[in-house]
Write a protein that binds this ligand. Structure first.
Ligand code: 5GP
Length: 291
């Protein structure tokens, strides 16, 4: 290792002044984040052209958000698989998107909005819902169904699996916010979990088929209805045909139904095309936040 560079007293004074200015700038940014006048999204944008901000540690930034603090900040980065020593300039694209969507629902968060994601079977609603569950503050409702579990599905995580009798009893008790028959089975949204989450100020996402979405809109006119459309009809057909977990009869029934379902888009508040999951998630959050 070579000897440290010989600094003149003027060089040293300049370097110290620069370091002080950088510290002050970072402190100012953090206090704006704390009082809510700067969002995480805005700070990440500023970091693109401002080296001082780009060098700020992500942990420092997250900790400065009102209500987060050291323990939650660390837990959040661990959950999003972002190293605790990572600087903003070192964030990958996915990590940036995860961070932004984690904090970009302030207005939704206060009010607790109900967002209904619907669209034809096979369009990829459940993948979008899973991504929202992973990377956003949405409470994603778990439905009840009389359908048999697929090999990779877990009770209470993917669905609450019920017998026909249990489903009848749940209807009779008024447990469902909505329910519908779909391709030979019944599906319903448990009401209590949804209303509890909304009362706690959480935003809730329902991933359900179209007639259920219409029932929700009739009961809760403030609900935001998002229609997820395939990039092309051919793509939807390919996805339905390719679903190895369904019998041929069930696939044919789903295809016929999908045709009808595509026509329902006009009843929705917003249509998003499922080109890429990350795009749908970002657009959905952006749109819902603006409502
Ligand atoms: P799958 O059997 O493929 O899991 O779901 C079939 C369809 O039922 C999908 O379109 C899905 O969105 C819908 N679905 C899932 N849960 C509910 C629910 O609680 N209510 C309604 N109406 N549809 C649901």
């Amino acid at each position: 290792m070579g000897a440290p560079p010989q600094l003149t007293p003027e060089d040293r004074a300049r370097a110290l002044a620069q370091a002080k200015a950088a510290r002050q700038r970072r402190a100012a940014i953090k206090s704006q984040v704390k009082d809510g006048s700067l969002s995480i999204h805005q700070v990440i944008e500023l970091a693109r052209t401002d080296e001082v901000i780009a060098k700020m540690r992500v942990l420092e930034l997250v900790e400065s958000i009102s209500g987060v603090g050291k323990i939650r900040g660390k837990a959040l980065l661990e959950r999003l698989e972002i190293s605790l020593t990572r600087r903003i300039q070192g964030l990958g694209k996915h990590q940036m998107n995860d961070l932004i969507s984690q904090f970009s629902l302030p207005s939704l968060g206060k009010k607790g909005r109900l967002v209904v994601l619907s669209g034809p079977g096979g369009v990829g609603k459940s993948t979008v819902a899973a991504e929202l569950k992973r990377s956003s503050p949405f409470f994603v409702s778990v439905s009840a169904t009389t359908r048999a579990p697929r090999f990779n599905e877990q009770e209470g995580v993917d669905y609450f699996f019920m017998s026909d009798i249990e489903f009848d009893q749940a209807i009779a008790r008024g447990d469902f916010l909505e329910w519908a028959a779909f391709a030979g089975n019944r599906y319903g949204t448990p009401k209590k979990a949804v209303t509890d989450a909304l009362e706690q100020g959480k935003s809730v996402l329902l991933e359900i088929e179209i007639s259920g979405a219409m029932q929700v809109k009739a009961k809760m006119p403030d609900a935001l209805l998002v229609f997820l459309a395939p990039p092309t009809w051919e793509e939807l057909v390919a996805r339905l045909e390719g679903r190895g977990t369904d019998s041929p009869e069930r696939r044919a029934a789903r295809l016929a139904l999908a045709q009808e379902e595509m026509e329902a888009a006009v009843h929705f508040d917003k249509t998003l095309t499922n080109d890429r999951v990350e795009n749908v998630v970002a657009s959905l959050i952006e749109w819902a936040t603006a409502q």
